[in-house]
Design a protein around this ligand. Structure first.
Ligand SMILES: Cc1cc2nc3c(=O)[nH]c(=O)nc-3n(C[C@H](O)[C@H](O)[C@H](O)COP(=O)(O)OP(=O)(O)OC[C@H]3O[C@@H](n4cnc5c(N)ncnc54)[C@H](O)[C@@H]3O)c2cc1C
Length: 465
């Protein structure tokens, strides 16, 4: 029997995961990627070998910029201050720790990745709580949390159109209120509780609780995950071509039949797009899709944030390996309160992200895509990041080697808000599928992209294409 051929457009985590799973299921996989590096937004790079100009260019291609740094960004590069560092485009925390979806899927390929994981604490005006919930808190609130976490899919569907504002009014008293306010924001990267869907929030929460700690990060950076998927594809007969942007998806008689790359037609049985869904109609003629579908996809918006990477000369050993949330009230952001995270997982010596004797602290504060491009808002958000780090490490500046603050206005491809209707994996065009964090799949961000690939692999396994 001849193997079905599959073309995947993009090496995001969704594209690579789908590529690996479909390779395993016997498909002949070819991936075209427009950039010189794999990983898409889940991209870690060796900062020692990156020039100032290449870094700026790379960020701009992923809807990012660096509004602040200490010292000037150019000086950081000129003085080789990033030697020995591995950085992501911007800070990532992967929901689910050691037992996350990543290792679930990698185990199907007989592989695993080392994951750092942490409980989450809360920074307060007078210090911090770690973990966020004491044993007594857990005892008090768990009956309510369990009811929501283990609700049936029918109940969650009903809660899809209920905002977190309403849920908090109903269930949120004392610490439970604070938990719902902080976690629903940090999980969805949306500050505006009116826009967060209760159903989606609890689906994502449920996805995180598999027995491991709530946040994780791969040892050696995100590329330790993406490279495993890429290696599996290439070692099992698949191909990945870098710097090969797909110019067009070829559609005939309502069926995707191939792609156009460098002016040449490549024919495939199945075409899978992993690109930002809002960009789909740049490479697929919209006349082949229902007008309502095109309009809905074009109206979808993502999420944003301001990240901060701090390189410190020393860190209090009691902070090493821990992650903290914070919530800032009455800030100039949509939703009024802004939630963020300060993460010391990368300061663990075997994290493999900084040179020996230097400590990398990663952090972010949530904002919307428009706020992530507004100088005044970014200035306030930067002050809040610094203020919260200072709560944990008083006078951290006296220990600072450098700080870089990347702003991002396309963090999640499509925000999981009540008004954003994510498209299904199967499109109205036959043999054309969508994957990544822009489509309907459980979880947020990285996990949504992984899960979409898992669902697609199951759809194709059971199909007769
Ligand atoms: C700074 C930052 C911080 C983040 N923090 C978190 C976090 O803490 N937790 C979390 O879960 N998620 C986080 N995310 C989101 C997470 O990175 C994404 O959800 C995930 O990586 C999306 O993967 P994807 O498969 O949807 O595709 P993408 O990563 O969007 O990949 C799409 C790929 O397609 C390629 N491409 C585009 N057009 C073409 C074309 N025409 N031809 C060929 N290739 C093309 C692109 O170059 C890219 O490689 C963050 C994202 C950013 C940017």
């Amino acid at each position: 029997m001849t193997r079905k051929s599959v073309c995947i457009i993009g090496t995001g985590i969704g594209g690579l995961t789908a590529g690996a799973l479909l390779t395993k299921h016997g498909y002949k996989v070819k991936i075209f990627e427009k950039e010189p590096l794999i990983g898409g937004r889940a991209l870690s790079f060796d900062a020692s070998s990156m020039s100032f100009d290449d870094y700026k260019k790379l960020l701009s291609r992923f809807h990012m910029d660096v509004p602040f740094s200490e010292p000037y960004l150019k000086t950081i590069f000129d003085k080789n201050m990033l030697n020995g560092y591995k950085l992501d485009l911007g800070y990532h925390a992967i929901g689910g720790g050691v037992l996350s979806n990543v290792n679930n899927i990698l185990s199907e390929l007989n592989d695993q990745v080392g994951i750092l994981e942490s409980y989450v604490g809360l920074i307060k005006e007078d210090g911090f709580d770690f973990p966020f919930l004491s044993k007594i808190d857990k005892f008090k609130i768990f009956p309510n949390i369990f009811r929501l976490l283990f609700a049936s899919e029918k109940t969650l569907k009903r809660l899809d159109s209920v905002s977190m504002t309403e849920t908090i009014k109903r269930y949120g008293k004392g610490k439970m209120k604070l938990i719902l306010e902080v976690f629903s924001r940090s999980i969805t990267t949306i500050n505006n509780l009116d826009k967060i869907s209760t159903g989606e929030m609890f689906r994502a929460q449920r996805n995180l609780y598999r027995g491991s700690k709530p946040v994780g990060y791969p040892k050696g950076g995100l590329n330790s995950i993406t490279e495993k998927f890429a290696d599996y594809i290439c070692q099992n007969g698949g191909e990945i071509e870098l710097e090969k942007p797909v110019e067009k998806i070829i559609i005939n008689n309502n069926k995707a039949t191939g792609v156009l790359v460098e002016g040449k037609e490549h024919l495939f049985d199945i075409v899978i797009s992993n690109i930002l869904v809002q960009d789909l109609f740049k490479i697929a003629d919209e006349k082949y899709f229902p007008k309502k579908y095109v309009k809905e996809i074009k109206s979808l918006v993502g999420t944003g944030s301001l990240c901060a990477y701090y390189s410190l000369k020393k860190v209090d050993p009691s902070l090493i390996g821990k992650t903290f949330h914070f919530i800032e009230r009455n800030v100039c952001v949509e939703g009024n309160d802004a939630v963020g995270m300060i993460d010391f997982m990368a300061t663990i010596p075997d994290a493999g992200l900084s040179p020996s004797g230097e400590y990398l602290v990663q952090s972010y504060i949530i904002c919307n895509p428009k706020e992530a491009r507004d100088e005044k808002t970014l200035k306030t958000l930067r002050e809040l990041l610094d203020k919260n780090l200072n709560q944990l490490i008083p006078d951290f500046r006296s220990n600072l080697n450098w700080a870089i603050y990347p702003a991002i206005w396309h963090l999640d491809g499509v925000a999981k808000t009540i008004d954003n209707k994510k498209p299904e994996i199967k499109t109205p065009v036959n043999n054309l599928y969508l994957i990544g964090d822009c489509v309907k799949a459980p979880g947020i961000g990285f996990n949504c992209a992984l899960n979409s690939a898992r669902i697609l692999a199951d759809i194709l396994k059971n199909s007769t294409i």
